[in-house]
Design a protein around this ligand. Structure first.
Ligand code: SF4
Ligand code: SF4
Length: 135
């Protein structure tokens, strides 16, 4: 897990990312948690990892930080990231809320996520029965 970012720096990054017309969305069904995308992403803490074994490992994109540069899409060895129009993810905090992840292990292990990420998912009923809002 990356070190917490200075609040002023994060606010500046969020302001820049607010202009992006597209955002990166990870489909956990294909994500292996290899973290190649984290290395490719120019924005610190924009893509974050979770899980500690092969059955639970994955990454998610913080939509408020994504600048839509597509570098992660180009580098992902498993083609499991796609760019989506920003309005389609409005109100969502991370890509966990919009991926088709009914079959993926993370929602059986939602406690793996840090509180900041977990709380909005639980408020929407995600994780309780692996139910998800439609994309
Ligand atoms: S590069 Fe692709 S497979 Fe690897 S962690 Fe990122 S999204 Fe998942
Ligand atoms: S599109 Fe760019 S900013 Fe957004 S997650 Fe991918 S590499 Fe990071």
């Amino acid at each position: 897990m990356a070190a917490p970012m200075n609040a002023a720096r994060r606010a500046a990054l969020v302001k820049g990312a607010s202009k992006a017309k597209i955002k990166a969305r990870v489909d956990l069904a294909g994500c292996t948690g290899c973290e190649v995308c984290i290395s490719a992403c120019p924005v610190p803490t924009c893509i974050e990892p979770f899980g500690d074994d092969i059955s639970t490992r994955g990454v998610y994109v913080n939509f408020d930080l994504c600048i839509g540069c597509k570098l992660c899409v180009k580098d992902c060895p498993w083609d499991t990231i796609e760019m989506v129009p920003t309005p389609t993810v409005e109100g969502q905090v991370t890509s966990l809320e919009s991926a088709q992840v009914h079959e993926t292990p993370i929602f059986e292990h939602i406690d793996l996520l840090e509180e900041r990420v977990k709380a909005p998912l639980q408020q929407k009923g995600i994780g309780a029965d692996n139910g998800l809002p439609s994309r």
